[in-house]
Design a protein around this ligand. Structure first.
Ligand code: 5AD
Length: 350
């Protein structure tokens, strides 16, 4: 590895920051050797804060009905071939009951922007989960809503919120989204969530169409500055019913490389090894953890709807991706030297 890369990695490990131009260099000059050094440093940093723990979250996909038409997403409004569904309160509570018995202490309610889930409906569900399982965290991931709505949900007991920023370059954002959606609105949501006291997660896709190293450096700078408690990054994977059907998928190696960079710039961030990573590579989750990730989010949706939440083609939902296979997941994680733990796994201040 050349001295420049080694120098950048040393600087990032020590100071947790690089300039935009340095992030671009680190990404463009990436080699297997620089990736290995970065991953080693990322593991050391993660272990200093979280030890060998890997946190699990039960992901309940509450609806694939969405008013948005994001160009990359399989559940976009314009996809006529998508079999739409939504879960009711009883389905969601029974998924939580099943998850609780399996050891999950965080439930992530994720869904499209479905008008059925008004504040009243969603607050009632959040309250019900919190009253049945006061020892559990509830994470919401249901897209852009008004500040008043986020406030009501927080009041009802929601602890965390995931809203990927998708890309930190407003021009790139405009190429991935229909004109009704705006980068500024996305940012407003993230700032509202933060101010309302949620633990907030942002994130982006790696290898989305038109993405450049400059864009990725902007994503990294954004995470560095915003300091989210969580960051979700996974490779872009095309979906046949979208405009980007014939685009190439993102790279597993580059995703892992960026996981390591994020771990070093923001040591205490909760960083999942995502389903998309596991979809592109059977060892993707393990690779993500070895690159510095410390969270996995197995699927806890009812089996009858799992295949329908198809954000991208071939999205994993059974086998070790399913919450029911958590035993097998535990063994796989143990085989790489880590340990699945079943507490809430809150963000740790450094
Ligand atoms: N490939 C990878 N990730 C995707 N997402 C949506 N569509 C795709 C795709 N084709 C991600 C987005 C969204 C999250 C729920 O899933 O980043 O925020």
């Amino acid at each position: 590895m050349n001295d420049e890369m080694k120098g950048l990695i040393d600087r990032l490990s020590e100071t947790h920051t690089l300039s935009h131009a340095q992030y671009v260099r680190l990404i463009e000059g990436r080699t297997p050797q620089s990736a290995a050094l970065l991953a080693q440093r990322a593991r050391e940093t993660r272990e200093r804060i979280y030890g060998k723990a890997v946190y699990i979250r039960g992901l309940i996909e509450i609806s694939n009905i969405c008013k948005n038409d994001c160009l990359y997403c399989g559940i976009r409004r314009g996809n006529r071939n998508c079999q739409r569904y939504r879960l009711g309160k009883a389905d969601i509570l029974s998924a939580c009951a099943e998850g609780y018995a399996l050891g999950f202490r965080t439930f992530v309610l994720q869904g499209g922007e479905d008008a059925f889930f008004t504040d009243d409906v969603l607050c009632d569900i959040v309250r019900a989960i919190k009253s049945c399982y006061p020892d559990c965290a509830v994470t919401l991931s249901v897209g852009e809503r008004s500040r008043a709505s986020y406030a009501a949900l927080r009041e009802a007991g929601a602890d965390r919120y995931l809203l990927r920023h998708e890309t930190a370059n407003a021009l790139h954002y405009a190429r991935l989204h229909p004109k009704e959606m705006s980068f500024d609105a996305r940012m407003r949501c993230l700032h509202d969530l933060r101010e309302l006291g949620y633990q907030v997660g942002c994130g982006f896709m790696v290898g989305s169409p038109y993405q450049t190293a400059q864009d990725l450096a902007m994503d990294l700078k954004f995470i560095e500055e915003f300091q989210p408690q969580m960051a979700g990054i996974g490779p872009f994977i095309p979906h046949a019913a979208t405009v980007f059907a014939h685009e190439a998928a993102g790279s597993v190696d580059l995703t892992c490389f960026l996981l390591s960079v994020i771990r070093l710039m923001h040591p205490s961030v909760l960083l999942p090894a995502t389903t998309a990573l596991g979809t592109l590579d059977p060892d993707g989750r393990e690779k993500g953890i070895l690159a510095g990730a410390n969270v996995v989010m197995p699927n806890l949706s009812p089996a009858s709807v799992r295949k329908k939440y198809e954000l991208y083609n071939n999205k994993l939902s059974d086998g070790d991706e399913s919450a029911q296979c958590v035993q097998s997941l535990k063994m796989r994680i143990a085989s790489i030297g880590y340990r699945v733990v079943t507490d809430r796994g809150d963000y740790q201040m450094e």
